[in-house]
Ligand binder design. Structure first.
Ligand SMILES: Cc1ncc(COP(=O)(O)O)c(C=O)c1O
Length: 380
């Protein structure tokens, strides 16, 4: 361990001056400040009297929750020789993973190429570029797979142009699940027993990774998945989506359907209303996924037994959302402004019952790929 002392040019004896600098340790590097994020109690006035839930504030990571998985996927790829020193990292991202990959690129010396679509906030594109990433924006959605498939096709082109490049493939890479073991351990250390976990689902990485490890400590744990209306992950048909981060127009392999006891689809007006109440009442803000997760956690705090401990993961902070969720012009143009948050979801018995357009819950979670396969079999 090295200790740095101040140089001779500094006055040696000024009163109160620190003469010896602390040692530089791995935790003092950009990657070293990832993790160990704080918990916040969200009680009154957002929740009713004597009720509430714990929020894990992943926005306290340099980029957000995805810093954890970006570093993990890159480090495992380097260890396995799949990512050679100095080779490029190429990935499709709506933003948060991009920030994490930029961090991983800086930490381990890799150029980072990110593929996104026009829905990415201009601020996010500037943040990524400021942190050294090259941003490629696709201009047309794929006819059936939407923007997500269009981004994946562009990634394939970039990889074909540079055979040494590595694609973490966050939708299918099991390291994107394994990366979240430490988050689960932090929750246990911070809260102890956990009865209900509320998590947003995009690639499925953090819900699968946290639930898997938490259940080894709390086998009775209930896991509530939170998706957006218009997302296909839990078997709904693809629809227009303006919420970024959670939701998908494909079926990511990393989603662990068996892990969920219940799923909620939250609409963007509900997420906006919730984010704004949360921001003004608790200074705890994020964007679409935080609004959606907080909507569901608040409802659970009223409907689950008062003895149960509820934890919600807030994946990122507010900054990228000031031109969307917190911008009246944007919200007005998209018809998601001015509604008070609803207190109760609608309910369906099966995702195939109907297409949901507002906050709805379903206590039966199925892998839509399984029923697509059985429908195909029945047709033959
Ligand atoms: C802000 C935000 N919320 C939620 C999610 C969903 O997380 P996961 O991909 O682990 O399912 C993401 C993923 O990118 C995200 O960026």
């Amino acid at each position: 361990m090295s200790t740095h002392t101040l140089g001779a040019a500094m006055p040696a004896t000024s009163p109160g001056r620190l003469l010896t600098l602390p040692p530089t340790l791995p935790q003092h590097t950009p990657a070293g400040v990832v993790g160990n994020t704080p918990m916040l109690w969200i009680g009154e006035p957002f929740c009713d009297t004597r009720q509430g839930f714990w929020a894990k504030l992943e926005g306290h990571n340099p980029g957000g929750i995805k810093d954890r998985t970006a570093l993990y996927m890159v480090e495992r790829a380097r260890e396995r020789g799949r990512l050679a020193p100095g080779a490029a990292i190429v990935e499709s991202t709506s933003g948060t993973l991009g920030l994490g990959l930029a961090l991983a690129g800086i930490t381990h010396g890799h150029p980072v190429r990110l593929v996104t679509d026009p829905g990415m906030e201009p601020l996010m594109a500037r943040l990524l570029a400021a942190h050294g990433a090259e941003v490629h924006t696709v201009t047309e959605p794929h006819p059936t797979g939407g923007w997500q498939q269009a981004r994946r096709d562009r990634v394939a082109e970039l990889l074909a142009d540079d055979p040494a490049a590595f694609c973490p493939d966050q939708y299918n890479n099991p390291d994107n699940v394994a990366a979240y073991g430490p988050l689960a351990h932090e929750l246990i250390a911070q809260v102890g027993r956990i009865d209900v976990l509320v998590v947003a689902v995009g690639t499925g990485g953090h819900s699968a990774g946290v639930a898997r490890v938490l259940r080894t400590f709390c086998p009775h744990l209930r896991v509530i998945g939170v998706d957006t209306t218009g997302s296909t992950i839990f078997g709904q048909p693809a629809g227009t989506r303006i919420m970024r981060g959670l939701g998908s127009s494909i079926h990511p392999r990393n989603v662990d359907y068996g892990a969920f006891d219940e799923v909620h689809w939250v609409d963007p007006a509900q997420a906006v209303a919730t984010c704004r109440v949360l921001a003004s009442s608790h200074y705890a803000t994020g964007g679409w996924s935080v609004g959606a997760v907080a909507t569901v956690a608040r409802w659970l705090s009223r409907t689950r037994p008062a003895t149960e401990r509820i934890v919600a993961v807030f994946p990122d902070g507010p900054h990228r959302y000031f031109d969307t969720v917190f911008n009246d012009d944007y919200c007005g143009e998209h018809g998601v402004l001015g509604r008070a948050p609803l207190d109760e979801p609608d309910e369906i018995g099966d995702t195939r019952d109907r297409t949901v357009t507002r906050w709805t819950r379903c206590a039966r979670v199925v892998d839509p790929r399984a029923f697509a396969a059985s429908a195909e079999e029945a047709r033959r």
